[in-house]
Write a protein that binds this ligand. Structure first.
Ligand code: HEM
Ligand SMILES: *[C@@H]1O[C@H](CO)[C@@H](O)[C@H](O)[C@H]1NC(C)=O
Ligand SMILES: *[C@@H]1O[C@H](CO)[C@@H](O)[C@H](O)[C@H]1NC(C)=O
Ligand SMILES: *[C@@H]1O[C@H](CO)[C@@H](O)[C@H](O)[C@H]1NC(C)=O
Ligand SMILES: *[C@@H]1O[C@H](CO)[C@@H](O)[C@H](O)[C@H]1NC(C)=O
Ligand SMILES: *[C@@H]1O[C@H](CO)[C@@H](O)[C@H](O)[C@H]1NC(C)=O
Length: 377
């Protein structure tokens, strides 16, 4: 909760320069009077629905001539997601890292063959808490974390870097926000990962490595990070990202015993570059093997409640086998924490984006649509 307070404090500092509020800055957590100053400076654009599934959903060359790698410049936004950073470096997303949830859905399907529903779920969860609901824009993070320090503020322009709503602790190659930088590639953590590849995967990232390396990161956070949190949706995404390394980073032509080598891993996590001649996975993919990874070492959602080594399970939290519970918790607890009393255009934008989010969950959660702000008129 400390982080959330910091976040609101920074929001207040920022609001004094309301006229300069960036079109991609999140409005989440802004108090009413600050919102009132910022809103007139932004134009409300009703968000168009995201695309449906791909027409052709097999493998194909993705690192082609039309999508060369180009490093981010000093004004380009990158953040904690190596998948999306890579898409921006190759032009599947805008190179400046300022995008929309619908563009993200298109790009992750086209380049990674991500399942249409998972793509929509991730994109709208992110947009609801990290995007600008009025302009419809969301940023991938800050201006080039890899090439220079993050600008001191505006914190709310942090996009996907914003802590505790989507971005969270025990990441694979990013340190916990408690240590001050929750989004940059961290070589120490990558070296730990490769030592796990040696111990459990014959030098490669395999399912056994996913299980053991993730468990080590969680135990390390419990023991060293007094503010460690695995509250949803993080308990879900902490395992999801561990599966992404095999489900999405491995070339689609490797169909048996899929695993990732160290050089390719470095290319994805650090350089945010497709390996040469890279093909996308051969079928639409969502959360293959997530339950296997989580069941290898069981820990339920919760947090360190009073300093290091005080992890307590929160019995009110859904676990990751309960996808609908995660949807319900996100919509009824997390979103209203960021937007307690929305009115006007913001309320309308929330309702539209909440509908797109539910559309992605409807097949899995029939009849369970939630209306935290009442049913739209
Ligand atoms: C569909 C929209 C997506 C959104 C909104 C999204 C967002 C995020 C965010 C906010 C994080 C930070 C979580 C943390 O604290 O570790 C993250 C991490 C990650 N994402 Fe994505 N992501 C998306 C798609 C993808 C795709 C398609 C891939 C793979 C191709 C991917 C791979 C990863 C990996 C491996 C991490 C963990 C990074 C690390 O710990 O070093 N993501 N993503
Ligand atoms: C992939 O495309 C084929 C052919 O259009 C379709 O029959 C199949 O259902 C698609 N698979 C998925 C998972 O969408
Ligand atoms: C990388 O992560 C380690 C372990 O969490 C941390 O001690 C170190 O300060 C981080 N390095 C940087 C440069 O952030
Ligand atoms: C996470 O990183 C963002 C971007 O720099 C920063 O604004 C935020 O304060 C960080 N969170 C914490 C808790 O340090
Ligand atoms: C996959 O792994 C199994 C079991 O280790 C092995 O028998 C098989 O040959 C492997 N397949 C490939 C294509 O490497
Ligand atoms: C899930 O993991 C098992 C090994 O633990 C493997 O045999 C299987 O192929 C994996 N599934 C996918 C989709 O990779």
């Amino acid at each position: 909760m400390v982080s959330f307070t910091n976040f609101v404090t920074l929001a207040l500092a920022l609001a004094s320069t309301a006229s300069a509020f960036p079109a991609y800055g999140s409005l989440a957590g802004l108090p009413r009077e600050e919102l009132d100053k910022v809103l007139p400076t932004l134009e409300f654009k009703k968000p168009a629905p995201p695309p449906g599934p791909l027409a052709y959903n097999g493998t194909k060359l993705v690192y082609d001539k039309a999508h060369p790698w180009k490093a981010p410049g000093p004004n380009d936004f990158r953040g904690p997601c190596p998948g999306l950073n890579t898409l921006a470096n190759h032009g599947y997303l805008p190179h400046n890292g300022i995008t929309t949830p619908a563009e993200i859905v298109t790009a992750v399907m086209e380049a990674f063959n991500m399942d249409n529903n998972l793509a929509k779920f991730a994109a709208y969860v992110a947009h609801l808490v990290d995007g600008n609901l009025l302009t419809g824009l969301i940023s991938l993070g800050h201006a080039t974390p890899e090439t220079g320090p993050a600008p001191p503020a505006p914190a709310l322009a942090g996009g996907l870097n914003t802590h505790l709503v989507f971005e969270g602790d025990s990441s694979i190659t990013r340190a916990d926000a408690y240590w001050g930088d929750n989004y940059s590639f961290n070589q120490t953590l990558f070296d730990e990962l490769t030592s796990y590849m040696d111990r459990y995967g014959g030098g490669r990232y395999t399912w056994d490595v996913a299980k053991e390396a993730k468990w080590q990161r969680i135990q390390n956070s419990i023991a060293t990070n007094p503010e460690f949190s695995l509250m949803q949706p993080r308990h879900f995404t902490v395992y999801l990202e561990a599966t992404f390394v095999i489900n999405f980073f491995v070339d689609g032509r490797m169909t048996e015993n899929r695993s990732l080598g160290k050089e390719e891993a470095l290319s994805w996590f650090k350089t945010n570059r497709f390996p040469d001649d890279w093909y996308r996975p051969g079928a639409p993919t969502a959360f293959e093997n997530i339950t296997d990874v989580a069941k290898a070492h069981v820990i339920e959602p919760g947090r360190n409640v009073n300093g290091v080594n005080t992890y307590e399970v929160d019995p009110t939290q859904p676990d990751l086998y309960n996808f609908c519970g995660i949807y319900v918790d996100f919509v009824n607890r997390v979103v209203p924490m960021m937007y307690p009393n929305p009115t006007g255009d913001i309320l309308e934008a929330l309702q539209i984006n909440l509908q797109y989010l539910y559309d992605s969950a409807a097949e899995a959660c029939p009849g369970q649509q939630q209306f935290p702000y009442g049913k739209p008129q």
